[in-house]
Structures are given as C-alpha cells and as structure tokens.
Design a protein. Sequence first.
Lengths: 471, 321
Amino acid sequence: MKKALSPIRRRIRLQHGLTGLCWGLLGQTAFSLVILILSFFIPLEKRNAWIIAGLALPCMGLLMGLLWPVSYLQAARKADEQGLKERAQTAWSLQDRQDDMARLQREDAISHLKTMPRMPLRVSAKPLIAAGACMAAALILFFVPNPQDGVLRQRADLRQKLEKPAAALEKAADKLEDSVLDKKTVQELRRLLGDLARETRQARDSREALTQVSQAQQRMEKLLGDARNAASEALGQAGLDALAEALEAGDLSAMQQALENMDGEALSQAAQNAASAAAASAMQAAAQSLASGNAAQAAQALGQLSAQGAASAAMQSAKSAALGGQGQGKGQGQGQGQSGSGQGGNGQGAGSGAGAGSTNEDAGAGSPGGKQSASAGGREGRYHLGEYEQIYDPTRLGDGGEITQSTGQVDENAQMSELNLSPGLGNTAGSIPYDQVVGEYQAAAVQRAQEAALPGYAQQWVADYFSALTE
Amino acid sequence: MATEQEILSFRDTVEKIHREIAKEIVGQQAVVSHLVLAMIAGGNVLLEGVPGLGKTRLVRTLSRVFDLTFSRIQFTPDLMPADITGTNIIEKTESGNAFRFQPGPLFASIVLADEINRATPKTQSALLEAMQEHAVTVAGVSRPRTEPYFVLATQNPVEQEGTYPLPEAQLDRFLLKLLVPFPTLSELDAIVNLTTTGQERQAEKVADGGDILRLRAVSQSVPVAQAVQQYALRLILNTHPEIEESPAVSRDYLRFGASPRAAQALISAARVRALSEGRFNVAFEDIKALAKPALRHRIALNFEGMAQGRTPDDIIEELLG
C-alpha cells in the first residue's frame, strides 16, 4: 500500500508547495505594499532592500509546502476523493489483516490506485487575485512622488558630509594611542570618540548629529576637566601656581614659560599628589620631558589635559557639517590649548565655536581664506585683522554675569570661609573678545533651538546667523 | 471468515437473483434491489405504495427465487393476534383429547403483512416479536423461526381513515422503508403485455435459505473505514433535535430522531450494497444511497415540519447535503 500511495503523497506535497507559493506571493506583494505605504509616512532608508527581502516569502511558502509532512492516510483519503470510493483508506486501515476479505480489498485498492489518473494540480485563485491587486496598488505607489524621498536625500547628504568628520574622529581616537594620559582615560576617550563616529554616521538629521556632538563634547570636557582640576590642585599644593594658572587658562605658551623656570623634580613630586590618574600621568610625562630639557614638550604633555586637539577639531568639523557645512575650516586645525576650545569651567560646547584655532596668536590657522574676524572679508571698521570687538560675555548663561559667591563650610574653629568664584572669562567689565565666546553662543543657541523644537528652517536660521558672524 | 470464492461469487449470486426476479417483476429496480439487500442483511421491510403495484407479486416471486415458504396476511381491523401467530386447538387422539398447536401464517419463511396499518395495535404487536426475535410465543411457549425469516409489511398511503398507524417501536424494527413508485408508461406497457397475454414467465429457484445465510455471513465481513462509519453515525446523531450540535433543519422540523438500530441498519445494508456492486469496502456513496430507506420511518416531523409540508426525505436530503 505504501508503494501505491507514494506517488499520491508526492503529488500532494507538490500541491501544498504550489499553494504555499501562491500564498507566499500574496504575502510578498502585501508586504511590499505595506512597505511602500509606510515609506510615504516614515523615511525608510532601505525600502527597496525590504521589498526585495520580501521575495523570501514565496520561497518560504513553496519550501514549507513541499516539506510539510503528508501521511499515508492523508494520501489515501486524497486518492479516494478522486473516485476510488474509500478503497484506499479502507485498505490502509486493514494493513494488518490477512483474511481473504482484507486481502481482496487491498488488491482491489492497489489496482485502482495504479490505474488512477494523475491528480490535477490546482492553483489557488484567491491569493493570486489578491496578490495581483496588491501588486497593482504597489506599482501605482511606486510612480507616485514620495514626500519622504526629500528627507532621505537630506539624510544621505548629511551622512556624506559627516563621513569625513566621522573618519577624523576615528583617526583622532587612533592618535590617542600616543597620549600621555593614563590608560583608563585614554580608553574612555577612545570609546567616546568611537561611539561619536558611529553615531554621527547613523544620524538621521542635523539636530541629532548636533546633539550627539554636543553631548560628546560635554562628556570629553567633563573627563578632561576633572583631570585638569586635579592637576591644577596638585600644582597649587606644590607651589607651582603659575603653571596651575596657565593650565587652567589653557595657555600653552604660559605653561611653557612657567615650565622653563621649573625643576622637573618638583613637577614629578606634584604628580604623585595628583588625585586623578590622568593628571598624574600627564604631569609625570611633563616632568620627564622637563628633565630632558624640553619645556615645549612638557607643555604639550600638560596641554593634553586642556583639550584633545584632533578630537576637538573633528567634533567641531562634525558640528559644522551638521549645520550645513558652513564654516568648515574654522574649527579645525590647532585647537589644543587655544582659547575658546574646551576651556575649563564653562562646559558649553567644549572645543566648539568658530573661535577655535583662530585666535590672535593663530590668525588664520585652519581657516581657509583666512576669514577670521568680523573685520575680515573687506568689512570696514575700526578693527584690523587679528583684532576683535569686545562683546558682552554673560559668563554663565542665565545669571547675568555677576560675580557669584559661594558660602563655604564652617570649620572647627567656627570660621566660615568665603570663596569668590571667578566671573568667568574676561574682565569684570564683562567684556571679552567675541570670538572666544561665539562658539559657546552658537552651540547654546543651536541646542536651545533644538530643545524648543523649532521647525527645521528656523533652526537653520539660527545656525546661519552664527555662521555668518564668524565669516 | 468468508472465503475468497464466497466473496467473489457474492455479486454473481445477487445479479442472478435480480435477473430471475426481473422475469416476473417489471421495473421497480430500486425496490427489488433494496428488498434483496434487506433479505441478505437479515432485516424486515416496510413497503408503502398504492394498491396494484405488484407488492404481493414481488414477495411471492422472492419466495420462489429462494425456494422459501411464503404466507400472506391481509390485515383487517378485526384480525386477532391468534389469527397470525397460530393457536392451540383441541384434537382427538387415540389417548383422548389433546392440544395441538396449529401454526399461523407467521410461521412461513417469508411473511407478507398486507396493509399492516389496518390491524389493531394488539395484532400489530403480535408481529413485533416475530420480526425482532424471529420467534413466536403462543400460550407461553416460544417457537423460534427457522432462518432466514423475513417480514415484508405494506401500507397504503391513500386510505388512512380507520387505520392504526404503526407505533415508533414497531417501525424501528423494519430495516428499510421503501416507497413503491407508480410505474412509468413503458413499464406499464410491459406489465400489461406480460400479464394479459398469458405469456407470464415464472421465476425459478436460484438460491435457497442456506445461500442467503451464507451471503449474509460474507457481507458481515466487509470492512468499513473509520471515516465512513463516523459519517453514518454523525448522520444518525444529526437527526436528533435535542442535540445542540445538530443542524438547524433537525431542530426546526423534527420531533425525534433515529435510534441506534438505525445505525446498525445503515451499516449492515451498506455492507451488502458494497459487495453487490463488486466493491470490498463500504463507501460514503453506500451510506448516502441507503440513508433515506433506512431513516425515513425512524424520524418524525413536528408540527412545524408538517405545516410546512416537509417530508422525512426532504430532511434527510438536507442532512446529507
């Protein structure tokens, strides 16, 4: 009986496969239609890939149908439906009986199975019709202009623009191998830069990219800020106030000057008292360089606590690219230890701002065309190249720029100490060269525009305004 | 267990029987076929048809074909049970007077109970034991009947006045109820030619009681696939309006459904039919073909069904659909 029923089983499997294929086609066309409809509302970047992936459905349907188990009893029943009058299934149930009636019945069934015409294969009309309808709808949608295509193009443009900065971030991360900072800090910085590179590549819009860069800048500033404070404190305790001040100011030349007059041993001693491993590491490296008579190299080593030049520059480049690619060159190049780049205390877009790398000392560095200041580019005014207008610096945004006092702890002698906090950058008049703060302004304004969920064009206005200031 | 030869000769024997009957009976192919089927299956048959359709002739022919004793009982309202079962009569013997049992017409092998619905229920019930037990009890003495024993009852659907409709319990004892249709024009033509020209042919014996019993034994070994049996049983259950899962047509138009005896009747008859057609298994087709004869007298319409002019055959048709 098994032998007689085997061709029927194969035929049933084939029928199942055909049915699975038809339903799979319906699944695939319906899936494609859903993807196309969704793509009108959500910018689907890999829309075509999804549609092509849907081709797996008919294949799966066919395969499932062909592999679906078919029992001999099922085959017998199917054969009986072709006019065998229940001969096959009766014979299958009588397999174990050997009496004359069972044997005659079995022989009768087998002879009928052998002469039975081939079972016709039926194509399921319903799923095919439905699939046809879905395909027609999908074709129509394919030719209808998709409003999300513009969004996707913008994203692609943005990604293209961010590719270079992302690569620069990765390069900066690699360069950290040569850093004098401790291993843990280096690892954290590398991870931060690596993550930022990956995130900017995947950023869906400028806002996201800017947010990512700003957050990364803040994290980096926090990381370096803590180390810098620890180093500053250690230097202060060791009586190396000048060096501590220069370190806090991020003034590389002042640091170098201070180091030239210093004994490497003192620096090494101070390093041992540093609370932060990164600070200790940088100070030790500086001490070693100083011991070998290279104050500049020592300054560079300490300067790594102020800012990571390549990293900051790459971040700024990413920011500029996110803002539309304007002012690309302004943040690049040297920024290490330069004013306006990741200075301690403000935490606002560290390393950002068009002022980075474009200071009085470094006029035109990293800035193509040398348009550094407001007076550049042929603008008439009282200031010359390298001189900057004084603008109001609110210091800490929101508190009016007044000198802030903080009450200290009561000590054991019941004395209370007061500490006058610095008014921030600039003098008490509240003025400071604008190029040193315009980066902060820009970052703060852009961030605020994003937080306020302004429309895209309004955010672009804000970005354009500040970019124009730096031209 | 039936031998191969017996199985293979079954169909030939049945066909021979049909051919022989056809010598005397014109048309009525379905009725003849079902009658023979019922005889082989060991059941009784209720025939319903207007007078003059050859019901008596048919039964007489059957008795000739099988060489079995035949008796005809014309049921009337004044017929008593003893008239059909037989009675003890006093007989003068050498030693004095003694009772001797005089068997009634029930003691033939084939009994034709003509217009059974005209007899009183008491007389009808006298037939019950003979039909079911194949035995007749008179004065406390049970006298079994020799096999095969076959009761064929008739009913006239026209004259219903003064009749006593058969109780359900008795109706349930008939394996099949056959409706005898009026002959067609060509059949009428043949009947007239056959019976009014003195050219009647007489059927001859082709089998005997032992052959019937052998055929019965062979038919009992015909296998029934589980699906087919379940189908038959499901059909029986669907005739019961009190069962929630039964179709709406049963719940709407039936007062009560078929008994388990109907399931037995259906399967037994289906086995004979399958073998008669040269098949060695019962098919759905057999169940469907025998559903009406086996069930029409076992289900009862409710008032709604009667008011709407539905018939048991309509209900069964819908259940089969």
